[in-house]
Design a protein around this ligand. Structure first.
Ligand code: NAI
Length: 327
């Protein structure tokens, strides 16, 4: 049997945390043969609720769970962590300006970045789920100078999965038949879900759907799906977000299937004209625990304008947190 992997989940008592922890405990993320030590980080006011979730995790009697601990101190929670799922974040409150949101989250992610730098395992890797996810990842990475910045990623897999589901529904295919879809840019309404390279059961997606559907229905639908779920459910996406976090990490650790990609927001290496260092979503392949931005894709004018607009928003967020002294 393999050695246990230490997984730190922040925001563990929140609604995504509640859905996520049970999936990890069941082996859905790291595989059926890999024991996990779960370390749950919460703010002091929510540690009691997290202890309640720990009771339920115990009651699941998951054979793969090799440890269950709750912390309110990031330094302790990240001690020895191999994997971080950074879900906890400060939501935008009434009357809160964007700068207030960035600075409240900057306080959280700078402290966590420092804790990761000081105590996480040498192979540590993280996905940031808490919004604004891309910029929170940038802040955490900049406070962890001894950890390669490439290990700090942000989640756009929910957007990716939403896009796969919409394209499958439109074309009448199964979701398993949709390949090579890509999310570019920021996890925000400016994101660009790109089907120009996608195939559906081997047929180019652009042969199956029209440009009007792409521009007027598909792209806005994917970008606004979170709001659509809130309107119906009365609460934001939680189980689907947890599933996406599991998929993000599962694919990073276990590899993408031959001939397909996933989408991850990763520190740019300058690919596709995205300024180096911005944490922007790209199509990536993964193998051996490493991701690689898919190279050489043709970017048409329609795609270029949308990628540029979303990247401009990311650059604005980066400038704002730089102005606040957070990076
Ligand atoms: P929630 O409000 O139910 O839970 C958040 C939890 O984080 C709370 O229990 C809170 O106490 C905790 N928390 C706050 N600050 C913390 C800190 N400094 N350390 C540890 N824990 C802390 O929220 P929910 O629904 O679970 O969502 C979590 C985040 O995920 C939100 O920022 C949301 O916007 C984001 N999200 C991102 C998605 C993506 O696709 N990237 C999709 C859906 C949600």
């Amino acid at each position: 049997p393999s050695a246990p992997v230490t997984v730190t989940v922040t925001g563990a008592a929140g609604q995504i945390g509640y859905a996520l922890l049970f999936r990890i405990a069941s082996g859905a993320m790291l595989g059926a043969g890999v024991p996990v030590r779960l370390r749950l980080l919460e703010i002091p006011a929510a540690t009691k609720a997290a202890e309640g979730t720990v009771m339920e995790l115990m009651d699941g009697a998951f054979p793969l769970v090799a440890g269950l601990d709750v912390f309110d101190d990031p330094a302790k929670a990240f001690d020895g962590a191999n994997i971080g799922l950074l879900v906890g974040a400060r939501p935008r409150g009434p009357g809160m300006e964007r700068a207030d949101l960035l600075s409240a989250n900057g306080g959280i992610f700078s402290v966590q970045g420092q804790a990761i730098n000081d105590g996480a395992a040498a192979d540590f890797r993280a996905v940031v789920v808490g919004n604004p996810a891309n910029t929170n990842a940038l802040i955490a990475a900049s406070h962890a100078p001894d950890v390669p910045a490439s290990r700090f990623t942000a989640m756009t897999r929910l957007d990716h999965s939403r896009a796969v589901a919409q394209l499958a529904a439109k074309t009448g295919a199964g979701v398993g038949g949709v390949r090579r879809l890509a999310i570019w840019g920021n996890h925000s309404a400016s994101q660009y879900p790109d089907i120009t390279h996608a195939t559906v059961d081997g047929v180019p997606a652009t042969d199956l759907v029209g440009q009007a559907w792409i521009a007027d229905e598909f792209i806005p639908r994917v970008a606004q799906r979170g709001a659509e779920v809130i309107a119906a459910r009365g609460a934001s996406s939680a189980a689907s977000a947890a599933n996406a976090a599991v998929e993000h990490m599962r694919l990073w650790v276990q590899g993408t299937p031959e001939g397909d990609w996933t989408s991850m927001a990763v520190p740019s290496d300058g690919s596709y004209g995205v300024p180096e260092g911005l944490v922007s979503s790209f199509p990536v392949t993964t193998a051996g625990g490493e991701y690689t931005i898919v190279q050489g894709l043709e970017v048409d004018g329609f795609s270029r304008a949308r990628i540029d607009a979303s990247v401009a928003e990311l650059a604005g967020e980066s400038d704002a947190v730089a102005g606040l002294g957070l990076i």
